[in-house]
Design a protein around this ligand. Sequence first.
Ligand code: ZN
Length: 203
Amino acid sequence: MHTCKTGYNNDSWIGHGQGYTVSGGLQWLSDAKPTVPWFHVTCNRSNLPKHSFIFWLRSHNRLLTKDRLKRFGIFHDEVCYLCVVDDETHTHLFYDCQYSSRCCMMMQNILGVRLRPELLQQWIKSSRGRSRLQQQIVGACHVALVYAIWEARNHARHHDSVVLPRLQVKNVINRVIQRFWATNTTRLSDKEIIWIEKVKCQL
Ligand SMILES: [Zn+2]
């Protein structure tokens, strides 16, 4: 199980109420740790490193959206660059924005997967009724779409124009499939080949 854990609080070791010792550190490490739910989504050979990095930043709410910039004292306005309707926050940009919703819907139609983004990790983890190829491609497309939305946001910011959702989605799936073929070392089943060809026909 992949985990993360914080051993220090304000530069003070938190393990068992004593100063740090090797044995105390090992004991602390062996305790139950919280699972990082998105770990298996980022560890996918079909992910490009830059996609995984932006996905990681998004997962930690670290991207410099307008609400965060405002907290740092950098402020222009709060309106989302992509929809120009609501305020730009992480939640808005990746879940509620009309632009990202359209991208998500188009991607799901092409991949033949219908589910809300918050259920995706559960879907990828479950092998029921789907192949490893589908899990890998859908997971990598999800990570790449987060990157593509951030890329479209930055393009709109610098060029005052919004890339069509259809183009972003097709680029995302094309990039993922190319990456998959470049890294795949396993033989695909007939069912998997039919599925991936069906996806490619819609691009
Ligand atoms: Zn928006």
